[in-house]
Design a protein around this ligand. Sequence first.
Ligand code: GLN
Length: 383
Amino acid sequence: MLPIINSKQPNSGTTIFTVMSVLAAEHNAINLGQGFPDFAMDEELTGLVTAAMRKGYNQYVHMNGLAALREQLAEKIRFLYNCKVDAEKEITITPGGTYAIFTALTTVLQPGDEVIVFEPAYDSYIPTIEINGAVPVLIPLTFPSYKIDWELVKQKITPKTKMIMLNSPHNPTGSVLSEDDITQLRSIVKDTGIFILSDEVYEHLIFDGLQHQSMLRYPDLLERSFVCFSFGKTYHCTGWKIGYCVAPAALMSEFRKIHQFNCFSTNSTVQFALAEFLQQKEKYLELGPFIQQKRDYFASLMQQTKFKALPSYGSYFQLYSYEGLSDENERELAIRITKEYGVASIPVSVFYKQPTDNKVLRFCFAKKESTLEEAVNRLIRFR
Ligand code: GLN
């Protein structure tokens, strides 16, 4: 008799990012689906990695991450958010942002705990909650502004609420938290034992002069938060799979107990390179305007098509509505456009647990101008 797995994820298929990237490759389509840049990264950084490797920095670094890199991050956090974190006890380098989120949830959640999640939600959140035996409590962001309805949040809080998950700038919608959102959040969690998981991987990709509302700015929020970041999104190297988590020492010490028996430590060589590269603040400060230009260029080109832009204030992404253009659901249409017109996108419905069809597709504009031009030339023909 062969053993049979009792699936921990009976309802999960393959993640949409892989599905659409494979489909794009099969049909030779331009891939504006999965979020990754197609332009070259900074040669200085690739040079630093090569040098680090040649210098022989190829063995394990400390399981919590290279001390020099954590110190640079503490300096960055002080500089950007006027926040003092202890590099030794409050920062852990991880193999990517998704891993940091998985680890934080696994650190905190017990079976039966409730976690407030806003939909559309990045596709790893709900499975990770469920794998830990906890229960996602789903709250839709208001359509089409994708704002949080804080009254609804208050109603959904129960004695079992263990955590609220936040993501700003938001994937897939490009909405961002405002100061008013922070005020509401503070008043809701005050006097509760609720943790916050804040996914801030797009911290620098924020546009139109808006300020990123990091949990790191607010000591009363940070004291209950795990804040997750990604170097891939900041330095155009998503394939390096390196990120970090910031949390108060008591929380981080539990996080590390999970981390040490999962990946143990993160790719060492790139940590040496990043520790040096991070000293140049302008490299991350110039990122927002650089990506905003791409959003604007793509949006101006897209005006030649029948798709209607929804606002994007941050991230790599902008949603486009096809309301009135097709009755197909989002998934069907994203697949058809990939096959027939050669442009891959992501159907936003995949980020909801309940069947939802707002007739919007997510496009990634973090691409070379020539890529965006060719994609739009193809989309103009859409009917
Ligand atoms: N974060 C990226 C996106 O939203 C992709 C991450 C992944 O492929 N798992 O497109």
